[in-house]
Design a protein around this ligand. Sequence first.
Ligand code: GAR
Length: 210
Amino acid sequence: MTSSPPTPPVRLAVLVSGSGTNLQALLDASTADPDFGGEVVVVGSDRPGAGGLDRARAAGIATVVQPLASHPDRPTWEAALRADLTAHRPDVVVLAGFMRLLSGAFLAGWPDRVVNTHPSLLPAFRGAHAVREALAYGVTVTGCTVHLVDEEVDHGPIIAQEAVPVHPHDDEVSLHERIKAVEHRLLPAGVRALCHDELELVGRHVRRRT
Ligand code: GAR
């Protein structure tokens, strides 16, 4: 890509619930590419044991943890998470395997600046078990989608998609690993484009600025 990187870099918050390999891909991309244009300034989670938190700590990045069970209700939980993130002044929030829904009140803090990666070719197989459901359905091709987040589950405008073939002897783990290998390329590329302000929203279509 040819556009010059923003100065200073766009501040990224990343939310994780799991092992954080997509977070790692973002960290690696931002380290390897001097023109990446974004810098992870905080990693948040709803799960104190999330492996992604260890990856953040190893990289010297601030972490925040807000378990849902520590709060009386979802709005209180979400407000606490939002306040924790806001303290680090992120410009963009990346959901990298974050398995909780976020309401419009949260998203309003970063309009069209919350990005998600999902392990299916949306709109197929929305939700928390996309890989399992694709296998059960018998599709021969699935994939991943990087998209802007709106108030509906796995629904917002699509930044990038890529197909991944299903092999005859795939199980959930083997298929998910191959999908993740693609996500590790697609998510950093999408976040980079957002950081460089290369994306324009027209209705629910994400266009590349020319
Ligand atoms: C990724 O495959 C991501 O697409 C998925 O969780 C995985 C996280 O892996 N997210 C969802 O299913 C959200 N609906 P990671 O923790 O190794 O990055």
